[in-house]
Design a protein around this ligand. Structure first.
Ligand SMILES: Cc1ncc(COP(=O)(O)O)c(C=O)c1O
Length: 451
């Protein structure tokens, strides 16, 4: 006999260990199906999912038969072979991906964003061993950025609430300040703000001793840490500092990669040449788990330098050999190209930001910021003090939106007492009328919760 809805709810509560929940306080949501931008829960209620799967990854929307068919065909032909060998989808996907990333040269496939970043860190450490006598081992990360959930990626996490309770951490990771203009320590109207924020990296590198620093890792636009677009000139100065001190620049495109901000990669908005680029969530629009660590030819060669026994990258990821994943990723890229989705991300992103800016008339909406379909709304107690609106109220706004059939995300378990930012990141196919629904629903929810 099949389970009733209530049986499923009971079983879920009893047996399933949920990850960070998006809307605490509500009964557990059980999602059963999706089509385009919409999902249905176990009670048949439909929602416009403005989170692309809760964590910004079902970028081309739900129900894409082309991807499902590509996966099914590949599984029938060859489901798996260890990635120490080549496979046809792996070859085709890597060639296509590199064509979207001028200057980048080699694709290393694994499964998750955390894993892709771990590979990047291992590369930095190995190059330090092979070229710098092990001295250039430190990796600098930025406050508010997130790079993953393993102990070592948490060692490079700029969100204190995510790190709490998991130390001691891997040595050799050092933080430098975030570049959030809305809460800038510099006076309003400070010229060259981007450069000033970036110089904070130089201060830390000098303090640590440049001979001991091997790399810096940055999200191109901070995502989970509150949607932070760096001010003009930021990345140019970061690049200059990297060149000056011989640092590898790792760009974490786990959220922004594959079109989320209107270009194939977030770093392509800026004048910057990364040495290593990592990506995950949207690589196959989450139809299959796949992540990539992409390097320049120079990084690839440096891993083979020295002629000693470490002269190759000693890393293997079993599920990097799941062949249907690159097949899904290739189909995903074709969909984005054929449906001109980058153009839609830019146009709808601008329209969404304009709509959300209309909400700045609320006394508690302090800032609206973002790029493409990655937009954030920062809530405050009042605009003068910019004191963070208590988290319970932000949760209540999300809940009031969900009640009206629209799901949005928020900074969650990131900054104790400062989780005050709602994010909106729908699938790339969104239309103007659907943007209108999101903005109108948020307006109503703010009024309901905050009066
Ligand atoms: C910028 C960034 N990097 C890395 C990760 C880790 O990815 P994963 O959860 O696939 O390990 C995330 C996850 O949210 C992320 O937002």
């Amino acid at each position: 006999m099949s389970k009733s809805t209530q049986d499923y709810v009971n079983c879920d509560v009893k047996n399933v260990w949920h990850h960070l929940t998006l809307h605490q306080g509500n009964a557990p949501m059980i999602v059963t199906e999706g089509k385009g931008l919409y999902i249905k829960d176990i009670n048949g209620k439909e929602y416009l999912d403005a989170t692309s799967g809760g964590v910004w990854c079902v970028n081309v929307g739900y129900g894409r038969e082309r991807i499902a068919n590509a996966v099914a065909e590949q599984l029938k032909k060859l489901p798996f072979y260890a990635a120490s060998c080549g496979t046809l989808p792996g070859i085709d996907f890597s060639e296509k991906l590199l064509s979207l990333m001028p200057g980048m040269s080699r694709v290393y496939i694994s499964n998750s964003g955390s894993e892709a970043n771990e590979k990047a860190y291992k590369m930095v450490r190995q190059i330090s061993q092979l070229k710098h006598g092990g001295k250039k081992y430190k990796i600098i990360y930025r406050n508010r950025d997130y790079h993953g959930t393993t102990i070592t990626t948490l060692s490079s996490c700029g969100q204190e609430e995510r790190r709490e309770h998991y130390g001691p951490f891997t040595p050799g990771f050092v933080e430098f300040p975030a570049c959030l203009e809305y809460r800038s320590p510099y006076p309003e109207g400070t010229p060259d703000l981007g450069e000033k924020f970036a110089r904070e990296l130089e201060t830390v590198v000098q303090k640590e001793d440049p001979d001991t620093v091997g790399a810096v890792i940055l999200e191109p636009i901070t995502a989970g840490g509150g949607i932070i677009v760096p001010p003009d000139g930021y990345f140019e100065t970061i690049s200059e500092i990297c060149r000056k001190y011989g640092l590898l620049l790792i760009i974490d495109e786990v959220v922004c990669g594959l079109g989320r901000t209107g270009k194939w990669f977030g770093y392509q908005h800026f004048n910057v040449k990364p040495d290593i680029v990592t990506m995950a969530k949207g690589v196959a629009s989450a139809y299959m788990p796949i992540s990539c660590t992409v390097t320049t030819e120079e990084v690839f060669n440096d891993l083979q330098a020295g002629g000693d026994k470490l002269g190759y990258f000693r890393d293997i990821s079993t599920f990097g050999g799941c062949v249907a994943a690159p097949a899904a990723a290739l189909e995903n890229i074709k969909i984005i190209e054929e449906e001109n989705l980058l153009e839609n991300v830019t146009a709808m992103g601008d329209y969404l930001q304009e709509g959300l800016r209309g909400l700045l008339s609320h006394p508690n909406v302090g800032d609206v910021r973002g790029k493409g379909l990655l937009q954030g709304i920062e809530f405050v107690e009042d605009k003068a003090s910019k004191k963070h609106l208590p988290e319970e109220k932000v949760i209540a706004i999300c809940g009031a939106m969900a009640k009206r059939g629209v799901i949005v995300g928020r900074t969650n378990r990131s900054f104790a007492g400062r989780n005050n930012i709602i994010n909106v990141a729908p699938a790339y196919t969104i239309s103007r009328s659907e943007v209108d629904v999101i903005v109108k629903t948020m307006d109503e929810a703010i009024r309901e919760v905050l009066g």
